[in-house]
Write a protein that binds this ligand. Structure first.
Ligand code: NAD
Length: 495
């Protein structure tokens, strides 16, 4: 599992078939601390052959070891034990995660409490997966022959072996979102965490092992190579891919899955709009917009990166937002007083800096920020660009950093038209004191989650997912369970 020899960085192995082991062909990569840019741990560098072993183990656990046939209460009990372990070890893993991906320790502490709760939710769901009884159908078959009266019912069965591919921005939360319903449903799983922040998933895996999940039911193969994720997506021995990540990779996963018609759910990127109407409570709107774009250093799929502001209040709102952004405490993610941490890794840091150049070339004005932060590491300044129009690249492409683009609008129809003028459809916010307008506008925006006078509230109790190029399917809640089930219709004559 995790080993450390004196003077060496701690090292994590792969977890396959209930065993911690080195990759078949050896090899490791270094995971960096984004606050310093320094390597802090080494990670086993799995390859396609390790994915094959993990799929074989998950296949056996599903097909012949009886995992799906276990009574649901047994699976629920393991989920409850895991939930307790997550609560107990959460604070410690939260620190490791902050070190690995730069997320604020305050948010990580909360995430582990939420992981505890969501696992309990899925434990409670395990014995509530039932079918339907269908009213007796017309007793004729396709040839017109009379059949005896039949009793028809449905069974909801686990979809099978699931490949889970996760991103770096909230890795533990993302694997928990997939693991909970998959285990409640009776699936087995092979997880491939992001190369940029694998540690919390490997720590979660230790807890899965300690909770008593049988060998092969859950396997984790870390890797620095994108082709290893692609190998899992294309694998013919799995029935489903549950993916969270960028739209471009989501598209390649969908193509790879077509080969054996895998079920695919995709939680992808976004370019969500926070719409601030002239009648909004400015203080509430500033708070909501800030949560939308600066929380998690803007590295959230649901980031409210386009801020649509009604012309009458444009200058007043921008001044208030810029002042609040300037006052944010950027600093060490492990310091509970910090409000903005570093960008999580070098490629994303370079990407955010490149968008500062794009913004300059598009001629927009930085009301605040617009450059790397003096703290060094992968820190950037919280940024508010004004004078943006919706055709510019900074308004169309996912920047994945603390960068708000202010776009003025005139009236409700124009606000909705701009909000919907994007390839994405993940989320959005509406800020207004008019209850009628709020409900009118949320109904018209084509996005999977909308908030009114707030932003970035999420819970496993509500479905989450995208319209358009923000994804396929939903995670969490009852819809999230359906994504791990097949439905079988059973006919039996009763005459
Ligand atoms: P990414 O798409 O680059 O990588 C995600 C995962 O896919 C990683 O594990 C990566 O190794 C793997 N991967 C890369 N290429 C692959 C391939 N060809 N085949 C199979 N797997 C492959 O995304 P990222 O940079 O890790 O994460 C940021 C993205 O994730 C953003 O676009 C963000 O919006 C999105 N995201 C969406 C949600 C959501 O719920 N909608 C949540 C978090 C993040």
């Amino acid at each position: 599992m995790v080993s450390q020899q004196s003077g060496q960085l701690p090292h994590y192995q792969l977890y396959i078939d209930g065993q911690w082991r080195d990759p078949a062909e050896g090899g490791a990569f270094v995971s960096e601390n984004p606050a310093t840019g320094q390597g802090w741990t080494t990670i086993a560098d799995g390859q396609a052959s390790d994915i094959d072993l993990a799929v074989q183990a998950a296949r056996r656990a599903f097909d012949s070891d009886g995992w799906p046939e276990r009574i649901p209460q047994e699976r629920a009990q393991m989920l409850r034990k895991l939930a307790d372990l997550c609560l107990a070890r959460g604070p410690e893993i939260a620190k490791l995660e902050s070190t690995d991906n730069g997320k604020l320790i305050t948010e990580m502490m909360l995430q582990w409490r939420l992981i505890h709760e969501l696992l309990l939710y899925w434990a409670g769901m395990a014995d509530k997966i039932d079918g339907r009884m269908i009213p007796s159908p017309l007793p004729l078959d396709v040839t017109g022959t009379h059949l005896p009266k039949c009793f028809v019912y449905t069974r909801r069965e686990p979809v099978g072996v699931v490949g889970a591919i996760t991103p770096w921005n909230s890795p533990a939360m993302q694997i928990a979102y997939k693991f909970g319903p998959a285990m409640a449903a009776g699936c087995t799983m092979v997880c491939k965490p992001s190369e940029h922040a694998p540690v919390s998933t490997l720590e979660f895996t230790k807890l899965v092992d300690a909770a008593g999940f049988p060998p092969g039911v859950f396997n984790t193969v870390s890797s620095s190579r994108k082709e290893v994720g692609a190998h899992l997506a294309a694998h013919r021995d799995i029935e489903k891919i549950s993916f969270t990540g960028s739209t471009a990779v989501g598209q390649s996963i969908v193509r790879a899955a077509a080969d054996n018609m895998k079920r695919v759910t995709c939680e992808l990127g976004g370019k969500s709009a926070s719409i601030v109407f002239a009648d909004a409570d400015i203080e509430k709107a500033v708070t909501g917009v800030m949560a939308g774009i600066f929380a998690a250093t803007g590295q959230t799929c649901m980031a409210g990166s386009r801020v649509l502001v009604e012309e009458q209040i444009h200058d007043k709102f921008v001044a208030a937002l810029a002042e609040a952004a300037r006052a944010m405490r950027v600093g060490d993610p492990l310091d509970p007083a910090s409000q903005v941490g570093p960008v999580s890794n070098r490629p994303n840091y370079e990407k955010v800096l490149s968008y500062f150049d794009v913004a300059r070339s598009e001629g927009v004005h930085a009301a605040v920020g617009g450059k790397a932060h003096e703290l060094g590491g992968y820190f950037v300044e919280p940024t508010v660009f004004t004078g943006v129009n919706n055709t510019m690249r900074i308004a169309r492409e996912e920047i994945f950093g603390p960068v708000a683009s202010i776009i003025p609008f005139n009236g409700e129809d124009e606000a909705v038209a701009i909000a919907n003028d994007t390839d994405y459809g993940l989320a959005g916010g509406v800020f207004t004191e008019s209850i009628s307008r709020a409900h009118r506008v949320v109904a018209k925006v084509r996005a999977g989650t909308m908030w009114i006078n707030t932003y970035r509230l999420v819970t496993h109790l509500a479905p989450f997912g995208g319209y358009k190029m923000s994804g396929w399917g939903r995670e969490n809640s009852l819809e999230g369970l359906d994504a791990f089930l097949e439905t079988k219709a059973v006919w039996v004559p009763v005459e």
